[in-house]
Design a protein around this ligand. Structure first.
Ligand SMILES: C[S@@+](CC[C@H](N)C(=O)[O-])C[C@H]1O[C@@H](n2cnc3c(N)ncnc32)[C@H](O)[C@@H]1O
Length: 229
């Protein structure tokens, strides 16, 4: 089957092998880099990090490995991620995406197929749970409740999710366009106030939030939000 047709007509499983490629790859890298810069100050020594809806593991790969000391942006991360012994885990509902994660052979990383609404780890397991570009696929109430359960006391959730509060016409058009892709047909995009009220009802405090332009696609904005248990 033509790979572009496959991309439009399939759930994530079937186009996982194209996900990191030219179509999404450059946007993904720049986007992840921005997210990592934002959360680097919150990453403590020997942290356990779970990435939910981890896709092909591209975000965790950058989190752990992309730490060239010469790169100003990642100077802080190089001291946290590599020198400070991060242990990272990723879960994703798609077997195809998890297979791509495993192929990356990221040091100190474990991946498994699982639902965000049923995180397969005991209570108080993680210092940080990240969720990058996946929140709109999830049941947010169940996901936040699971994060609260699986986080250690004082643990953090980092959310990076497209803003429907900004650039309204362009964002609406883009969402309309993504409805032609099977993977995004049921996506539900939350406003900041909706995220905030679900987070508060679950027992989280918002400790930082900022709407940032999407790198390489500045017409979009994305919310970068840190919640604390
Ligand atoms: C747009 S991709 C983002 C992947 C990755 N976080 C990134 O930044 O590249 C969304 C991911 O969410 C996953 N996903 C969708 N629903 C899920 C669920 N209920 N539980 C876990 N993962 C889910 C999909 O399989 C897909 O890999």
């Amino acid at each position: 089957m033509n790979k572009y047709f496959l991309f439009m007509s399939s759930p994530y499983d079937n186009f996982a092998k194209y996900y990191d490629g030219w179509f999404i790859g450059p946007f993904l890298k720049a986007h992840h880099k921005q997210a990592i810069k934002f959360i680097a100050p919150y990453i403590k020594e020997n942290s356990s990090v779970l990435d939910v809806g981890c896709g092909t593991g591209a975000f965790l790969k950058q989190l752990v490995k992309r730490s060239r000391p010469s790169t100003r942006d990642f100077g802080e991360l190089s001291r946290t991620a590599q020198a400070k012994g991060l242990k990272v885990f990723g879960i994703d509902a798609s077997a195809g995406m998890i297979k791509r994660c495993q192929k990356k052979k990221i040091p100190n990383a474990n991946f498994q197929i699982a639902q965000a609404e049923d995180i397969p780890f005991p209570n108080d397991s993680f210092d940080l749970i990240t969720c990058v570009d996946s929140l709109y696929h999830l049941n947010p109430e169940k996901f936040f409740a699971e994060c609260h359960r699986a986080l250690k006391p004082g643990g953090l959730v980092f959310l990076d999710t497209i803003s429907v509060d900004h650039c309204k016409i362009f964002t609406k058009l883009s969402i309309f366009f993504t409805r032609f892709f099977q993977a995004w047909q049921k996506a539900k995009y939350l406003k900041f106030q909706e995220i905030k009220s679900i987070a508060k009802a679950t027992g989280f405090n918002i400790i930082k939030s900022q709407a940032k332009s999407f790198p390489l696609a500045p017409y979009y904005k994305t919310w970068l939000i840190v919640l604390q248990k």
